[in-house]
Design a protein around this ligand. Structure first.
Ligand SMILES: Cc1cc2nc3c(=O)[nH]c(=O)nc-3n(C[C@H](O)[C@H](O)[C@H](O)COP(=O)(O)OP(=O)(O)OC[C@H]3O[C@@H](n4cnc5c(N)ncnc54)[C@H](O)[C@@H]3O)c2cc1C
Length: 382
């Protein structure tokens, strides 16, 4: 049976993290503003979060992890994302990247990289998407051609989180006409060019294009079995989708808390607006959806962690968590009235951030197709 009650240890960690985030991180983040956070500054922040279990909680002590569990990591992630998605995202990618290395890398590569990724001494990026390749991940065009003991890689990746910060890129490549593989590129050893992408929100962290031009990488940098890239991408998505679900939960929960506060303080028609039934309905809906989304995400990560294939549950958690964030932030802006569209109130930023969340790691439409395929056994893609 699944038990999502927090342990005493988790409570202590989360309460102390909350105090740290409220007292130190949020004021510094707001002072920085929404512009790009340079690598050193971002790294200093993420490293502090690792002390609370971000990235490290689910990973092996052999590499400096805490040997705990994914649920604890996601709880910590929710708290950081509640304060700032910009600050939570680089650690999310490092954590999923570290899992790929743990599962697929050779002993030498683990020795060389894992501790640095867990400690955020190195940033990792996960490169699947390309200008012509989004939802259809099997269509990857970036090519790795074997020359002796090396791969020579050419292509372009886009939308890559951590791109500008990255020291390492797990690059999804076509290694044969019907074959996709993952290859680790160490930027210091085999350089690649990066260009940041401006978006409607989340410009503090890095989303970037990556240009790969005759990048020569030893064949020993292949992650997992050659040709197993698509299968391993699906495994990676399980972890990533649970994180995206918690992005949504964190955003919606913040929108709810801001709305509760505002609706208690703001009076119209002779009483606090919280006392008007149409506002109360919005708050009750938001609160229920936040809890439902969190439970879906907890169920999904618990199944994944216990080794049970959970495509359907991860897809349910991802679409639901991110879509309720869009709804909740829209209602939060509405509850704030005119103030809701000004920079003075955090719900304005939350609403822009929420609009992004149903896209990465498979759009809502794709999650629904995956769920339906699990239900009916009938493929809706092709
Ligand atoms: C902020 C951000 C961060 C990201 N980070 C990363 C990253 O780190 N690494 C990485 O590799 N990628 C990353 N991505 C890319 C992301 O995974 C893709 O944007 C996403 O998979 C959608 O692909 P696309 O943008 O090409 O849209 P498209 O695939 O072109 O889709 C466009 C629209 O068509 C719909 N659609 C497509 N196919 C179907 C279908 N069969 N049936 C019904 N509707 C369909 C989609 O749902 C969508 O609404 C990121 C994206 C964003 C916005």
């Amino acid at each position: 049976m699944m038990n999502f009650n927090r342990s005493e240890e988790q409570n202590m960690v989360l309460e102390s993290l909350r105090r740290f985030l409220d007292a130190e991180v949020e004021p510094a983040f707001l002072e920085h503003g929404e512009g790009f956070i340079p690598r050193d500054k971002m790294q200093a922040w993420v490293k502090q979060f690792t002390d609370y279990g971000m990235i490290k909680a689910p990973h092996d002590e052999q590499w400096g992890g805490f040997g705990m569990d994914w649920l604890t990591h996601l709880m910590v992630f929710e708290e950081i994302a509640y304060t700032s998605l910009d600050l939570a995202t680089p650690g999310f990618i490092n954590c999923v990247g570290a899992e790929m290395l743990s599962q697929l890398a050779s002993a030498e590569m683990k020795e060389k990289y894992l501790a640095d990724v867990l400690n955020c001494d190195k940033f990792i990026a996960l490169g699947i998407s390309e200008p012509d390749v989004g939802s259809d991940v099997a269509a990857v065009k970036t090519r790795a051609v074997r020359e002796g003991d090396h791969w020579v890689i050419n292509g372009e990746k886009t939308w890559i989180t951590n791109g500008e910060y990255s020291d390492l890129l797990i690059c999804t490549c076509r290694t044969g006409d019907n074959e996709i593989s993952h290859i680790l590129i160490d930027r210091e050893e085999h350089g690649y060019d990066v260009m940041g992408i401006k978006k409607l929100a989340l410009n503090g962290q890095s989303t970037a294009q990556i240009f790969l031009s005759d990048v020569r990488v030893p064949v020993s940098n292949t992650l997992g079995e050659q040709g197993q890239g698509l299968k391993n991408t699906m495994k990676l998505f399980e972890y990533a989708r649970c994180h995206m679900a918690m992005w949504g939960v964190a955003t919606a929960r913040r929108a709810l808390d801001e709305s509760i506060k505002y609706s208690q303080e703001r009076s119209q028609h002779g009483k606090p607006i919280a006392g008007h039934q149409l506002i109360a309905d919005k708050l009750a809906t938001m609160a229920t959806q936040v809890d439902a989304a969190r439970l879906l995400a907890y169920r999904a990560i618990t199944l994944v962690e216990s080794g049970i294939r959970a495509d359907k549950e991860c897809s349910m958690a991802k679409w639901y968590g991110t879509e309720i964030a869009v709804n909740a932030t829209r209602d939060a802006v509405q509850i704030h009235g005119g103030n809701g569209v000004t920079k003075e109130f955090v719900v304005e930023r939350l609403a822009r951030e929420a609009l992004i969340s149903p896209i990465p790691d498979g759009t809502t439409e794709i999650q629904k197709l995956l769920i339906a395929r699990c239900l009916t056994g009938i493929q809706a893609f092709k």
